[in-house]
Design a protein around this ligand. Sequence first.
Ligand code: PMV
Length: 350
Amino acid sequence: ADNKIYRASTTAPVNIAVIKYWGKRDPKLNLPTNSSLSVTLSQSDLRTHTTASCSPKYTCDSLLLNGSPQDVSGARTQACFRELRALRKKLEAENFSLPPLSTYPLKIVSENNFPTAAGLASSAAGFAALVRAIANLYELPSTPTELSKIARQGSGSACRSLFGGYVGWDKGTAVDGSDSVAFEVAPASHWPNMRAVILVVSAAKKGVSSTTGMQTTVATSSLFPARANETVPKRMKEMENAIKNKDFETFGKVTMRDSNSFHATCLDTEPPIFYLNDVSRAAIKIVEGINCAAGKTIAAYTFDAGPNAVIYYLEEHENEVAGLFKAMMGEKEGWEGARGKAVQANHEAM
Ligand code: PMV
């Protein structure tokens, strides 16, 4: 009998949206109410490393994250396993000499090179790495776009981590989600001097999960329809053009306005959702101060479903932006230790 262990490894980086995904039109398939756009960070900064293996010796599917066992029975993980197994099954049906890996239990071992509890977007890198590791294990000929459709079902934002550089996620219109996929806006090498500094304001887990938050916002916010139907479609075009033209002023302004628009719909949700706190707001003030002193937009903040700030800037403004943040955090009380730890993240050609 086949007693072998089949194995494949991969990594996937974290991505941070500059046009936010917020709202599901289909919660089961993770189909969004609006398109979104993100910057994928460099592999050397924040990433998940995943090894997928399968064997007839294993007794059940399992997932280990940073050494601790995770529940794999959830609908999202199950959807990813099911779709990948179905693709493998097709290959096996076409080629009888292939071992029947689709029938073997899977063992997934993932490690983040950043603290999972830091409130950073770990699910995006996590599901992207999980999907790509299994696709490699199964030797699937799938493109990143095809895999993005599967990763999306694990965590919406994960579909964007299948690509490096500047990445869009088209909301699509099909009810089965077949056209709700990630696409490359530009490779990292197109605008390689983009940098990000991440201010870890709180290492605590999110107060309101993104799934719950999105559902409540869609159901109750009166600002939400305008954001999804008018504001975001316009900004997607502005952002794509800004990236194509390497126009940081527009990139930065649209990034900040879109983060604020997303958090405004959160505040407009019933009951209201507060992701930003006093430290987040202080970070916004500092970025405003930096841009005011420079006489133009050289720094851009953005916040996901938590208080941590991600600040984008160009390498040539390292001192004015990242340098200043580090100096302030080192000297000012309240910016030290757990309340404000800076994680430098590069964005370089992959
Ligand atoms: O992928 P999810 O379900 O964790 O949602 C992510 C939502 C935001 O991070 C707030 C925005 C985004 O586009 O990444």
